[in-house]
Design a binder for this molecule. Sequence first.
Ligand code: BDR
Ligand code: CA
Length: 315
Amino acid sequence: MIPVIIDTDPGHDDALAIMLAVKSNFFDIKAITTVAGNSTIENTTRNARYILKLLDREDIPVYSGALKPLKQELIQAVVHGKSGLEGIDPKNEALLTNNAVEKIISIIKSNPDITIITLGPLTNIAQAILQDPETMKKVKQIVSMGGAIKVPGNKNRVAEFNIFVDPDAADIVFNFPVKKTIIPLDACNNVQLQIEDFEKLKGTDLYEPVIKMMKPYIKNIGENEGVFAALMYDPLTIYYLINTKVCVSKEYDIKIETKSDLTRGMTVAELRNITKKFNVRVVEKIDKESFKKDFIQILKGNMFSTKLSQTAGVK
Ligand code: BDR
Ligand code: CA
């Protein structure tokens, strides 16, 4: 089991990512920390607690963090609806703790070599870096869903949502000297699930809530992004750690655009062949058939009855 903190803003795909992480038994989840992004901090924290209750894993601590990006106002996502989890719209208490940054730092102090997984804007992680850079340097790696390298953005022409929401935080994280990996739109756009895929969960406790969540998610993505499918951004980020061998990745030198209105949040990669200084590993492709198969098997609780997919050529 690899020790992790999951920093997240649930969100439909964040919810699936938490399910995948928990059900895989691959991670020792020290905490889930929440951030404003897809919805307000009240909603993302409420939704995180709802998912853990659904999974019967309320023993995993949830700590709430940033209410808004470092320097800008929060711009919420559209595709997750007002509650952040349209279709379910949980009513449980959010129970804000407002201490995600302190908890991230203290967990790292007692678990150096931990992996931080981020599935939302990078506000909490940037604040932890500003507060205690020496401790933050001890982490094994930061693995983030975010960025659009050689494909268009999903929030403006060039930026991916998580980076767009808090480009100043992303700038701090991308410049910080620890090992970083991103799972950008380049890899995520290729993996699209339909209701028929989720129907395979029939007979499990997760079937009903997942179908309820995915119907509006697919409809909203279709209406807003022109793709009628469930995009698996955050689950793919978890899957990268579970089954790295079906992923293709490469190192890049990437800077974040923080100032321009037109290109706010762009992950600007040095694509000329002139640099040998790389700051981020970029996952460019994830084998979609392997993901689909393993994702369903893991959510069904069959992790140990089926071996993870192996693939020679990533499709
Ligand atoms: C990212 O933005 C959010 O809407 C999703 O949860 C995902 O983390 C995709 O751009
Ligand atoms: Ca997210």
